[in-house]
Ligand binder design. Structure first.
Ligand SMILES: [Zn+2]
Length: 257
């Protein structure tokens, strides 16, 4: 059987050589698959459980803006936050800064979001003005510029109290300014696509509710509650669900850019 050009010993050597190669291959495959499965775990975790913090504005004694028919901002913001959470929950982990009618300091709102290592912070407010016809929707992001909102306007967005002034030392949001602006832009585009929302302003400003947040963060102001038509719309579940879907789309687009 010399035709195959191999002696019995050579064949045995070759056989054990093949076995060694097979064994090494198996070990490599096993170690590789363990490493890979760990990596997959990590990937699926970060992709599947992005955390969105929803911050319903005001609460407790701090009622926010009041509408001509008696609606108050703190109730509408919580109601809308819950509708928004329903839309987000199938795809994201949702954390509330408050889930009832009680006061929450701005520092507390920021620390809840930072503690959860949230991927995004969305604060919900309504605007208020002295003219009934005013009805602009706004998306705010933190921007350290000379542009400051009027004092009344600033109070509506971020109520003043002594405890909150402790946030002033911390401008951690500055390092997310670019991302927050991008997020605000995605949100503005989605909201402006809603035929019932005529105008959406994109505004960068020094907003104390945002400055301590260590993640992309925005405030959505759902029109002016002082406008009678808006007041009615902000109690319309179908309309609010529609808006929540637009915001969910804005979140999706921002996170998958
Ligand atoms: Zn407000």
């Amino acid at each position: 059987m010399q035709a195959f050009g191999m002696t019995k010993i050579e064949r045995r050597n070759k056989k054990s050589g093949i076995l060694t190669v097979l064994l090494l291959l198996l070990i490599t495959l096993f170690v590789g698959s363990v490493i890979l499965s760990h990596a997959e775990d990590k990937d699926s975790k970060s992709a599947g459980t992005r955390t969105i913090v929803i911050d319903p504005g005001h609460g407790g004694h701090d009622t926010g803006v009041q509408g001509p028919d008696g609606s108050i901002e703190k109730e509408l913001s919580l109601n809308f936050a819950q509708i928004l959470a329903k839309e987000l929950k199938p795809d994201y982990e949702v954390v509330f800064t408050r889930n009832g009618d009680y006061q929450v300091a701005l520092t507390r709102r920021a620390s809840v979001a930072n503690h959860h290592g949230a991927d995004m912070f969305i604060s919900i407010h309504t605007g208020g003005g002295y003219q009934y016809q005013m009805n602009t929707w706004s998306v705010f992001y933190y921007q350290k510029t000379d542009l400051r909102l009027g004092e009344n306007r600033l109070k509506a967005v971020a109520p003043d109290n002594n405890e909150d002034s402790r946030l002033n030392w911390n401008h951690v949001q500055l390092r997310h300014q670019k991302q927050s602006r991008a997020l605000a832009g995605c949100m503005k585009n989605q909201l402006a696509g809603n035929p019932e929302i005529r105008e959406v302003a994109l505004t960068g400003a020094v907003l104390r509710v945002l400055e301590g947040l260590d993640m992309p963060a925005i405030i959505i102001e759902t029109g002016y509650l002082t406008n009678p038509k808006t007041e009615k719309r902000l109690k319309d579940i179908a309309f609010l669900t529609d808006v929540a879907k637009s915001i969910k789309m804005g979140v999706d687009i921002y996170l998958t850019r």
